[in-house]
Design a binder for this molecule. Structure first.
Ligand SMILES: C[S@@+](CC[C@H](N)C(=O)[O-])C[C@H]1O[C@@H](n2cnc3c(N)ncnc32)[C@H](O)[C@@H]1O
Length: 276
């Protein structure tokens, strides 16, 4: 499913934080001069609405737009009720009572995992290479910074966002430098990850935009040479490890595996993490 173009659902006199021309330049998409409804059933449009920047489906009975919302929805729910430091992801990245690693999330996507890690107190650098997804994230972060919730402000301030291919970014890090990221977090696309209809639809859009991250084996190999303490890979619970998925890359097996209900974290330790 291709994105047909960019459209502003806001009345022309309203001021939007999103600059249409800049967005067109950044994404390579054209600005639509007709209503998305005229595109017929099931088209996809990058739209600016009062909710922010989102991917909108056209037609009747369409799913909600895909956008990044750190103020409400699933992100806010998990922040409040997700279990804090007892979550598996916290254990996977090596959170200690006082120690908070700096995490380089090399597969940012819609930033859900990165946001969780930041709510746990970690500094997080998000890397995303698909321009449309990068723009959704940028918009979500920008809306979240305007909140009056000071805790949320602090969470968002711990997040840095970079639009780049992580393979190139990792190459630019000196493998001997003290400034290497403490933990590199990798969550590449994997076919058929989840099941509900809405999630399926969102994932299939995502999959078309992103593909299958077929260079995830190279990403792991490079991450292992750049992380200070560990690399963590998230997989669907029953999925093959990256080493099994890319046997030609001669990747090591995970040193430790933490299994949850639907996901699993494969941990590749490099050095002992600080105690506090
Ligand atoms: C499964 S999604 C990640 C979901 C994310 N963990 C979350 O919680 O929202 C994978 C994302 O990683 C991005 N990605 C994969 N390989 C990348 C690379 N080499 N550089 C930058 N981004 C990459 C894809 O474009 C996609 O958006």
């Amino acid at each position: 499913m291709n994105i047909c173009g960019i459209y502003s659902f806001l009345p022309s006199e309203s001021i939007s934080s999103v600059d249409l021309d800049a967005l067109a330049g950044a994404t390579g998409l054209a600005i639509l001069d007709r209503e998305p409804a005229s595109l017929g059933e099931g088209a996809l449009v990058l739209g600016i609405s009062d909710q922010g920047l989102g991917l909108h489906f056209t037609g009747k009975k369409t799913p909600k737009p895909i956008l990044v919302d750190f103020l409400g929805g699933a992100n806010a729910h998990r922040r409040q009720f997700g279990g804090g430091k007892s979550q598996l992801i916290a254990k996977a990245v090596g959170l200690k009572s006082r120690y908070r690693p700096h995490i380089l999330d090399v597969t940012a996507g819609l930033g859900q995992d990165g946001f969780v890690l930041s709510t746990l107190g970690c500094k997080v650098t998000l890397l995303e290479r698909v321009p449309v997804i990068f723009e959704l994230l940028k918009d979500g972060l920008s809306r979240a910074t305007q909140t009056s919730d000071t805790q949320l402000q602090a969470i968002v301030q711990r997040i840095a966002l970079v639009g780049d291919n992580s393979i190139e970014y990792l190459h630019s890090i000196d493998s001997e430098s003290d400034n290497r990221p403490d933990v590199i977090y990798v969550d590449p696309m994997f076919p058929e990850r989840q099941k509900s209809a809405q999630v399926k639809k969102n994932m299939s859009v995502f999959q078309t935009l992103v593909g299958n991250d077929s260079d995830a084996g190279d990403l792991l190999a490079l991450a292992l040479s750049r992380a200070k303490y560990r690399v963590v890979i998230k997989r669907p619970r029953k999925a093959a490890s990256i080493a099994e998925q890319f046997p030609d890359k001669k990747l090591p097996n995970a040193g430790l595996v933490l299994e949850g209900k639907s996901s699993r974290y494969d941990i590749y330790p490099i050095a002992k993490m600080p105690e506090c």
